[in-house]
Design a protein around this ligand. Structure first.
Ligand code: NOJ
Length: 562
């Protein structure tokens, strides 16, 4: 049982991270795209949230095939976002306000416009040839690999210049780097040091599990389900060696924070990555709880028939156990790759939007892990659910749609379904006020603003003490003032309850009880813990329960005694 003596305190465990999607945050130069000056303009707002770390989605030079996840120059700022001076000012402004900055490093692949790739494709004996994975065409067609963004779902792209195929898990404009080449690894470490020397505080490591793969590229069994293909793409034989090397060469030399994006990681091998003694990563985030609302057969389609709270609770429970004594977790319900958390895990109907947004925030900020909140979720922004392809910008959606269209399949039906889970739902511009384009830009925005901005916006919520925004601020302070909410042991209460997610958090003799009704009907909590209304620390209702029956989407944190 954790107590003040045996917990291993670390600053990065105690921080609250705010993920900021700069393209949609605030445009100051009238091109319809958010920029770093826009972030600077909003620094006091960010400070007012009480968050302590900003994770900024990629801002490096990029042709934007995958909105910045295709980098063509790791040491330059994308023109859309501004200049290095803007970056320095932004970093200074954040630090002056006591806020740290972590950047989004895409190290598995570059843009095909990166000079390394431009060189690599020139000739088979080019000095940079071995920076990427090539398959000479004389050997015949390379064994099929599925690509997540490719127009034909094929990860091998033929390049006639050298009569070879190159490998790309993502779009054809995102060739995978060959991490088996030590020059590649050291080039990436030197980029990381460049930014850390500039004063940033760490990295979010994009698809980091993919950097090591089986480069003999064996044949894959035909028609293999997506859930089975990971050994062919990710967590290859040298992943731990590379992470240890990255730690030795970079992380160990700085007081910095890191979080890896870790696809297909299991609870069994989790500690291999984050056990402090292994000197690899500090934290990562997994995807186990994000399947809600997504079809199990094909994750491009929505399916909300398999929401099962009891199963969902088990996922969090199992993950909490993994980190009970070693390592540390992360907690999130939204990001730029998911639809909006309120639409997916809460309820975006007008009657429940605000109350369920507050409930989900309570969850994120009361779990035993570093919390991540995605911009816009502090005010409860919701999906746009567009059903016309003209409204989309995401290469992922557009390529899949075109593929179906070419094959004569039901592309309109696809979009109807996909609109519930598309990534563009969460990438829409931040809603600042009820003025034109929600105060995001005075030009035409790169992605359409959600039509509900007239009523759902920061300005309206600033003046309302009961708003989602002000509730979020209160929660943040509650977590920051109570170490028990960070380190306290987590234990489920009323485990089989199909509507309520409840748990205690205990440190020494202090205990909190968190009760969250995840449903749109009243729900009874079965517990022997004495509940006293006088001990409510925060709740999204004035009176959230009557005789242990909790209102729809009620959220309460009690202080209980042990
Ligand atoms: C994961 C990122 O979060 C996502 O937005 C991106 O498309 C892929 N990696 C490819 O870099």
């Amino acid at each position: 049982m954790p107590n003040q003596e045996n917990i291993q305190r670390k600053w990065w465990k105690e921080k609250i991270v705010y993920q900021l999607y700069p393209r949609s945050y605030k445009d100051t130069n009238g091109d319809g795209i958010g920029d770093l000056k826009g972030v600077i303009e909003k620094l006091d707002y960010i400070k007012s949230l009480g968050v302590d770390v900003v994770w900024l989605n990629p801002i490096f030079e990029s042709p934007n095939d995958d909105v910045g996840y295709d980098i063509s120059d790791y040491k330059a700022i994308m023109k859309d976002f501004g200049s290095m001076e803007d970056f320095d000012l932004m970093l200074k402004g954040l630090h002056e306000r006591g806020i740290k900055l972590i950047m989004d490093l895409v190290a598995n692949h570059t843009s095909d416009e990166h000079p390394w790739f431009q060189e690599s494709r020139k000739s088979r004996d080019n000095l940079y040839r071995n920076y990427y994975h090539w398959w000479d065409a004389e050997k015949g067609k390379p064994p099929y690999r599925w690509s997540i963004f490719d127009k034909e779902n094929n990860a091998w792209k033929y390049d006639d210049k050298t009569n070879s195929y190159y490998f790309h898990i993502f779009s054809e404009k995102q060739p995978d780097l060959n991490w088996e080449n030590p020059e590649v690894r050291h080039a990436i470490y030197s980029i990381m040091k460049f930014w850390l020397d500039k004063g940033i505080d760490g990295f979010r490591l994009d698809v980091i599990a993919c950097i090591s793969k089986d480069t003999s590229f064996p044949e894959m069994p035909e028609n293999m389900h997506v859930s089975k293909w990971f050994p062919y793409y990710t967590q290859g034989p040298f992943l731990h060696d590379y992470l240890k090397e990255m730690n030795r060469e970079v992380f160990s030399k700085y007081d910095c924070m890191n979080v890896g994006e870790m696809s297909f990681v299991t609870t069994e091998d989790a500690l291999l990555f984050v056990d402090e003694e292994r000197n690899e990563l500090q934290t990562f985030y997994h995807f186990d709880h994000t399947g809600v609302g997504v079809s199990k057969e094909n994750f491009m389609y929505a399916d909300d028939t398999h929401w099962d709270l009891v199963e969902w609770k088990k996922i969090f429970n199992n993950w909490d156990k993994v980190f009970a004594a070693k390592g540390w977790g992360t907690i999130y319900l939204g990001n730029h790759d998911m639809s909006r958390m309120v639409s997916r895990f809460g309820n975006d109907r007008e009657a429940f939007r605000e109350i369920s947004a507050k409930m989900l925030q309570t969850f994120i900020l009361s779990m035993r892990a570093t919390p991540y909140i995605y911009n816009g979720d502090e005010i409860g922004m919701v999906n746009t659910n567009h059903t016309k392809i003209e409204n989309y910008q995401d290469v992922y959606t557009i390529n899949y749609y075109n593929q179906l269209k070419q094959k004569g399949e039901d592309y309109e039906g696809f979009l109807q379904s996909h609109s519930n889970i598309s990534r563009d739902n969460s990438r829409t511009p931040m809603q600042w006020n009820d003025k034109e384009n929600a105060g995001f830009t005075n030009a035409s925005p790169w992605l359409e603003v959600n039509k509900n901005y007239k009523t759902l916006n920061v300005a309206a919520q600033e003046n309302d003490p009961d708003s989602v925004l002000n509730y979020f601020r209160e929660l943040v302070q509650l977590r920051k003032n109570n170490l028990t909410l960070v380190y306290g042991a987590y234990e489920l209460v009323d485990e089989s309850n199909e509507q309520i997610f409840a748990y205690t958090r205990t440190l020494d003799h202090e205990q909190f009880l968190v009760v969250l009704n995840f449903s749109d009907t009243p729900a009874l909590l079965r517990t022997t813990i004495p509940i006293n209304k006088g001990n409510i620390l925060i709740s999204n209702y004035a009176e959230p329960s009557h005789n242990n029956i909790y209102d729809p989407y009620a959220a309460v944190i009690y202080k209980t005694s042990i």
